[in-house]
Ligand binder design. Structure first.
Ligand code: GTP
Ligand code: MG
Length: 336
């Protein structure tokens, strides 16, 4: 099978076999050693945010952390793996874990995402279930509620999107969800506007165990920049592609070079499964890929506070969604 390359930048060379080793998946990174306890007693803990696709988990983690650590789109199944974001709140370090939305998996990638989400919940000290308050409890949410009742970690309920949900529906919804299992607390928030989110920080700061901080207090995320950069491009891709296309594509950062003038030269590959999909990603006269590239470059440049030269290559790889290497790169277990 031969790869086909296309680039959005002025250079067209394919550089698959240049000896470059892709960055390690984020799970290969060991957790830093716990930092020494501060006088007065520090607290720290992991809090998993789980819920159906599109509930607003990634929007909420960004709001709680105060900066963008996880990508957000209007489409379902945006988040594909675990993303950790660190919020400092008084003496407490709250490590929030954003997870992929939980839904009925069909493909291998779906299974990997859903398994990862439940794994995130299993490993956390505390669990927060997010429900889109406008959507309420549908079959998807009901299934999560049922399975969640078997988890031992303390749980809270977060009704999200209060800015667009009917007020009178909220209490009813809280009551119904609490009939499935007993939540310690119920919060009603808008992750988008930040309304009500301070109360979530207060609550978790009081609930996490005493212990040393797990990350430096000025580090909002342990996501390597290369992975964040690939995620940013995937976000732009999701926003501009329709129907099934976002779901059969993935993005990897292949090269990252800092130039003498401080600018970054970044090369990324967008994998799709078929030639026809590649044509759509490129768009008429390359318009789609140019728009994706421009949006990603602008955001990346803001993040690293330096000019970015972004080169996007589109490659057809028929079975990327069955290739263990792609999963490793995304930080996902490869389901057999
Ligand atoms: N109006 C409103 N929209 C919201 C709110 N929170 C999230 N959204 C929107 O809901 C959509 C999905 O948000 P995400 O944060 O990507 O949802 P998610 O739960 O992470 O989704 P997956 O990663 O697919 O599981 C986006 O269009 C957000 O802007 C909210 O409080 N109010
Ligand atoms: Mg998400």
């Amino acid at each position: 099978m031969s790869d086909q390359d296309e680039t959005a930048g002025p250079e067209t060379e394919a550089d698959e076999d240049n000896g470059f080793k892709p960055p390690k998946g984020r799970f290969d990174m060991p957790l830093p050693d716990p930092l020494p306890a501060m006088p007065g007693g520090t607290k720290a803990g992991f809090i998993a945010l789980i819920g159906a696709p599109n509930a607003g988990k990634s929007t909420l983690i960004n709001q709680l952390v105060g900066t963008k650590v996880s990508i957000v789109t209007h489409k379902v199944q945006t988040t594909r793996t675990i993303v950790r974001g660190v919020a400092m709140h008084g003496a407490a370090q709250l490590v929030f874990i954003d997870t992929p939305g939980i839904f009925k998996p069909k493909r291998r990638l779906d299974r990997a995402m859903v398994d990862t989400a439940w794994g995130g919940a299993r490993d956390a000290d505390l669990i927060a279930l997010l429900i889109d308050a406008r959507k309420g409890i549908d079959e998807e949410v009901e299934n999560i509620l049922k399975r969640l009742s078997g988890q031992s970690a303390p749980k809270v309920l977060i009704l999200n999107k209060t800015d667009i949900a009917k007020r009178e529906k909220l209490l009813q919804l809280a009551q119904k969800a609490n009939e499935f299992l007993e939540f310690e607390e119920t919060f009603m928030v808008s992750a988008l506007t930040g309304d009500g989110t301070e109360a979530i920080l207060d609550h978790f700061a009081s609930r996490v165990p005493e212990g040393p901080w797990l990350y430096p207090d000025d580090q909002p995320s342990d996501l390597p920049l290369r992975i964040l950069a690939a995620e940013i491009t995937r976000e732009k891709l999701f926003e501009r592609l329709h129907q099934e296309l976002p779901y059969i594509s993935t993005v990897e950062t292949e090269r990252w070079e800092t130039r003498k003038d401080g600018s970054a030269r970044i090369e990324q590959t967008i994998y799709v499964e078929r030639d026809s999909q590649k044509s759509i990603v490129l768009g008429k006269r390359g318009q789609t890929i140019k728009a994706i590239s421009q949006a990603a470059r602008e955001e990346l440049s803001d993040i690293i506070e330096a000019p970015v030269h972004l080169f996007l290559f589109v490659k057809v790889r028929e079975n990327w969604a069955d290739d263990p290497e792609r999963y490793r790169e995304m930080g996902l277990e490869f389901p057999k």
